[in-house]
Design a binder for this molecule. Sequence first.
Ligand SMILES: Nc1ncnc2c1ncn2[C@@H]1O[C@H](COP(=O)(O)OP(=O)(O)OP(=O)(O)O)[C@@H](O)[C@H]1O
Ligand SMILES: [Mg+2]
Length: 387
Amino acid sequence: MTHDQLTIVWTTAAWSGGVAAVGAVLIWLGRRASVRWLTVGVAMVAVLAVLAGTLATSREMFLSSHDLGIVALVALVAGIVALVFALAVGTALARWSRDLQERTRAFGESGQFEATAATGPAEFEQLAGELRRTSARLAESRDREAALEQSRRELVSWVSHDLRTPLAGLRAMTEALEDGMAEDPARYHRQMRHEVDRMVRMVDDLFELSRIQAGLLEPVLEPVALGDLVSEAIAGADPIARSVGVRLGGSVESGLTVHGDPGGLSRVVANLVVNAIRHTPADGVVAIRGERQGDEVVLSVSDGCGGIPEEDLDRVFDLAWRGSAARTPDPGTDPERGAGVLGAGAGLGLAIVRGIVEAHHGQVAVENVPAPAAGSVGCRFRVVLPT
Ligand SMILES: Nc1ncnc2c1ncn2[C@@H]1O[C@H](COP(=O)(O)OP(=O)(O)OP(=O)(O)O)[C@@H](O)[C@H]1O
Ligand SMILES: [Mg+2]
């Protein structure tokens, strides 16, 4: 590079650098202004840097004042074009930003971020994408909240219905006893006892559920032998099973233990077994199995219920859901089937099962399978617990 060229480079660098430094300070001072003025500032710095560099070197190069006038005119025109161009770009940026701002405000009001065609540069698009995802997450949690609220409302109305019926029965029976109109007082007493037991069970279940829902269920974990758990459940449910003519059997791999709360786990098994007995016709079989699968323990209860309709499989664990929403009496209260030993359900049992199992970091699911008694269909509830 010749000496002259070096001089030009240095002079231009110094003068353009000076203009850029002043521009940087001005842009920094005006950084809160609209993006429109920032783009104008950038364009002006570019033009003025060229102009300053040219004027400074022109002195070294001894340009005539006529030539200098031409250079200044060129810079002026180029400056005006750059200004208009920068204003246009800045205005577009400002418009995109305002559009995003309005959509965000509407999002705050309606809870829904309106997805329009892609507008603006990548950063704006990313921001809009983030807002869209937030909007979807919000919608999801709103739906969950609404479903929960709905199930709570249903629970209250169903529970009051389920309490009103036995209470009306009890009042009628006490009145009949009082008036001496009861033909068979002993039967009335038995029936009253049965109704009271059922209501006590229901209130207990509701209490348990409210604890589960409040997240108060922190199981105290201790080693529980699955074999003992299952044989206790069988011993407890066998009289009921016999009275309705259902055979109850179980097999558990020897030495199988889980870490859990013995009371809660017994409740899980008992609820599943009573359900299975209730939904299995006379001469049917209910089988409980416990086995290890990898580092998990699987406890399953199979019955001969005839299969649960596909669309109901997801709902059986819902709070207060009981097969038909019409709250009709189920076979458990049919006097022909064991004088109602099973009692009518309130639809709480499986919600409690799921609550307890999840508090143990396990999962519960149901599937339709061939029944343990050959030739028919049944369902199998599978509880998977970590060991
Ligand atoms: N083993 C099963 N076979 C077929 N259907 C079942 C079985 N277990 C439960 N269900 C269905 O799921 C519903 C909900 O069961 P859940 O145990 O939660 O309530 P419930 O047995 O009706 O009442 P509760 O357990 O509160 O006394 C039942 O009403 C029934 O329709
Ligand atoms: Mg039940």
